[in-house]
Design a protein around this ligand. Structure first.
Ligand code: MEV
Length: 438
């Protein structure tokens, strides 16, 4: 089983055998039995589903799943499920969502849903041959694709365009075919990749029509969707009277608070060091909804950061402006997601999340996800320009430490009072508890 420190045949073991094998190898034998219990998935259906979803599965990993109520988007109120382990994010989104709900909520002002992918190939013959044959090749590819696209067309989607792009200035002999599609309510990754791989195969066939003479000049490099989706974006905005900000401006006069907010967004626009953290605050919210609804947060992260650098410098994705006595915030972000297909319908909690959101269309969910991102971002920036973020974090940090130490309700109350204005650390809390119990 282990030869030269390499495990062989692991995937062939049963789930239980895999667990025991890893425990025998990596966990202190004295504790193994107790600790292995953490791996057990109580619900049998869930266990079977997880085994089918991924490979070498030995358990499921639990993450806190909370609700941010009162997110108003285009006049409709959502209570949004968020799957995230980071303390403060759900509280921050909830406060911010409520604040904006009381001032008109978020409005979707732009939305596009074009997904794309490419077949990259090298052409070692005369480049003009490819260009001259493109019209004919395109018709051939489109005709073949019909067998794959029929159902998608029936659902209102399908192929939007197919273009040949000459990349030879970048890499010798390189061309790419760009496919743009509409995938309606599905994220569409499988659909796009199936179309692209079919096109790659068809390219070979097309150039082999003349007995392979031209075919030998062709080499397909790869066929893959692009997670950079600058034409699958959602734009949202929210605005309020500057006076409305009074309840959330802390001890700062509201004009100073507004000015500091605007400055914070300006800094994030100009300074990549701040922009990355600023955008991380947006993605805290975005990823949490994507996770809860069974969507691909890695794809959204990759697209968001590429989009943030689209003009050559990495910048904040969101902005803030003041016009007269009104403050506005806004965000444009690429989000490729689905509300059908993939694990959105397989994962029991993902299904429930969509139900809690009223079974939205993909477009509707894009608006919700972006609004959660902006709500989370606004809450973070508000904290940064007033109390700083540690105060909120510390309250939750204290609660986590108290949970870990199994304190009584009375001890918890005393600790919360004592640490209201003091720095929280594990040792400080332990010391305090020792003092009050001895
Ligand atoms: C922490 O997860 C996110 C923040 O750092 C975002 C920000 O700085 O805007 C608070």
């Amino acid at each position: 089983m282990i030869i030269n420190n390499v495990i062989r045949g692991f995937s062939k073991l049963t789930e239980e055998e895999k667990r025991n094998f890893i425990a025998g190898l990596c966990i202190d034998p004295a504790q193994a039995e107790d600790r292995l219990e953490h791996f057990l998935v109580a619900d049998e259906n869930e266990r079977t589903q997880f085994l089918e979803l991924s490979e070498n599965t030995i358990s499921s990993f639990h993450t806190p799943y909370g609700i941010a109520p009162n997110l108003r988007v285009n006049g409709k109120v959502y209570h949004v499920p968020l799957a995230i382990e980071e303390s403060s994010v759900v509280a921050a989104v909830s406060h911010s969502a409520r604040f904006w709900a009381e001032h008109g909520g978020f409005t979707v002002t732009g939305l596009s849903t074009v997904k794309l992918g490419h077949v990259y190939f090298r052409w070692f013959g005369n480049p003009s041959y490819i260009r001259e044959h493109w019209r004919q090749l395109k018709l051939f590819l489109l005709e073949r694709l019909k067998k794959i696209t029929t159902n998608m067309v029936g659902r209102g989607g399908g192929i939007l365009s197919l273009e040949l792009q000459d990349e030879t200035l970048m890499i010798d002999n390189l061309f790419k075919i760009e496919l743009k599609v509409e995938t309606v309510n599905s994220m569409g990754a499988n659909f796009v990749n199936t179309c692209l791989e079919d096109m790659a195969e068809a390219l070979d066939m097309f150039f082999n029509l003349d007995n392979g003479q031209e075919g030998r000049k062709l080499q397909v490099a790869m066929a893959i969707l692009s997670n950079y989706t600058p034409e699958c974006t959602v734009t949202i905005e929210a605005s309020c009277e500057i006076d409305d900000l009074k309840p959330i401006s802390g001890w700062l006069p509201v004009e100073v608070f507004t000015d500091k907010l605007r400055l914070a967004y300006q800094i994030a626009h100009h300074d990549p060091y701040r922009a990355v953290t600023h955008n991380k605050g947006i993605m805290n919210g975005v990823d949490a909804v994507l996770m809860a609804t069974g969507n691909d947060s890695r794809a959204a992260e990759a697209a968001a950061h590429a989009f943030a650098a689209r003009d050559g410098q990495y910048r904040a994705l969101s902005h803030c402006s003041v016009n007269g006595n009104r403050l506005s915030i806004g965000l444009t972000i690429p989000i490729a997601l689905g509300t059908v297909g993939g694990i959105t319908n397989l994962h029991p909690l993902a299904r429930l999340s969509l139900e809690i959101l009223g079974n939205p269309t993909a477009k509707e969910l894009m608006g919700v996800v972006a609004s959660v991102g902006l709500a989370s971002n606004f809450a973070a920036v508000r904290s940064l320009v007033t109390t700083g973020i540690q105060k909120g974090h510390m309250r939750l940090h204290l609660s986590n430490i108290l949970n870990m130490l199994n304190v009584t309700n009375g001890q918890r109350e005393e600790a919360e009072l004592y640490f209201n204005n003091r720095t929280v650390s594990f040792n400080a809390v332990k010391h305090f508890l020792h003092e009050i119990t001895h």
